[in-house]
Design a protein around this ligand. Structure first.
Ligand code: SF4
Length: 270
């Protein structure tokens, strides 16, 4: 039976802020009491991250993911609060790709030529997460292969790494028409697969490229200009954001900032 909605006075300020965020987006999130934590034999308190995890079903390996309802926050909002699964429980990238199949879960499916799942070392220490495929990526089925991709390769090499030593993927796996910014519903549909990829790889560090990736991973509105170069915790993994390479191609002076962010990444990987 669905637990009753708790009184507002029992909801923590942090959770209230989340609710306000989703209400601003026109959503109507619901809150229910967390079920008792049988591992500890104690009910979960309502003042820490656990109640947020109670808002939606967690992403579970090897289980079909339900399409998110418009009335619930996206699964990606769990990102900062859920622990990644233990090694023994983890699925592989191949498992996830098989589960994704010829995906029709969102309205981008009819427009794509190829699903761009991701590429690189499945045990990479460093994962780059971009926004979504562009025209060239859609043609080849590979992420970051156009001009922006060549710039990303330069950044990777400046870290003393080869492109094959990192993993590169995107928040969404199909190209939006005219390269528009992906919609919230599209991100909701696709991002659970990204979370599963990150859980499967369990890198030392995730680098979000641009604001769409940063906001999806943080589960809230976030300014890339303000937050780039800072270190966050993402389910036990360090998260650093920098500008998207495509932005740098349009705004070359901002490359200076990217160099600083790459220094942070280099230090964290050392
Ligand atoms: S963008 Fe993601 S959810 Fe949408 S059709 Fe492509 S793979 Fe499926």
């Amino acid at each position: 039976m669905t637990p009753p909605e708790p009184p507002k006075s029992e909801i923590s300020p942090r959770l209230r802020a989340w609710l306000a965020f989703y209400e601003d987006l026109g959503l109507t999130p619901t809150v229910r009491r967390a079920k008792p934590d049988t591992r500890e034999g104690q009910p979960l308190a309502l003042d820490e991250p656990a109640p947020v995890a109670a808002l939606v079903e967690p992403v579970r390996p090897k289980q079909a993911l339900p399409l998110p309802s418009m009335a619930a926050p996206p699964a990606a909002t769990l990102s900062l609060f859920e622990e990644a699964p233990a090694r023994a429980e983890r699925e592989t990238l191949d498992d996830i790709r098989t589960d994704l199949g010829e995906c029709q879960r969102c309205k981008l499916a009819p427009h794509r030529k190829h699903i761009v799942f991701g590429v690189g070392d499945p045990k990479a220490q460093l994962v780059f997460v971009g926004e979504g495929p562009g025209a060239e990526e859609d043609l080849q089925g590979l992420p970051f292969v156009g001009r922006a991709g060549r710039l990303l390769t330069q950044w990777i090499e400046s870290l003393g790494l080869k492109r094959e030593q990192v993993y590169i993927c995107n928040v969404i796996k199909c190209r939006p028409p005219q390269n528009r910014t992906p919609g919230r519903d599209e991100i909701e549909s696709c991002s659970p697969f990204l979370l599963r990829q990150l859980d499967a790889i369990r890198p030392k560090l995730i680098c979000a490229l641009g604001s769409v990736a940063l906001q999806m991973l943080m589960g809230k509105a976030a300014s890339i200009t303000r937050l780039r170069g800072q270190v966050f915790d993402f389910r036990g993994t360090k998260l650093v954001a920098t500008f998207h390479p495509a932005y740098i191609l349009r705004n070359p002076p901002a490359d200076r900032d990217v160099r600083k962010d790459l220094q942070v990444i280099r230090q964290l990987l050392a």
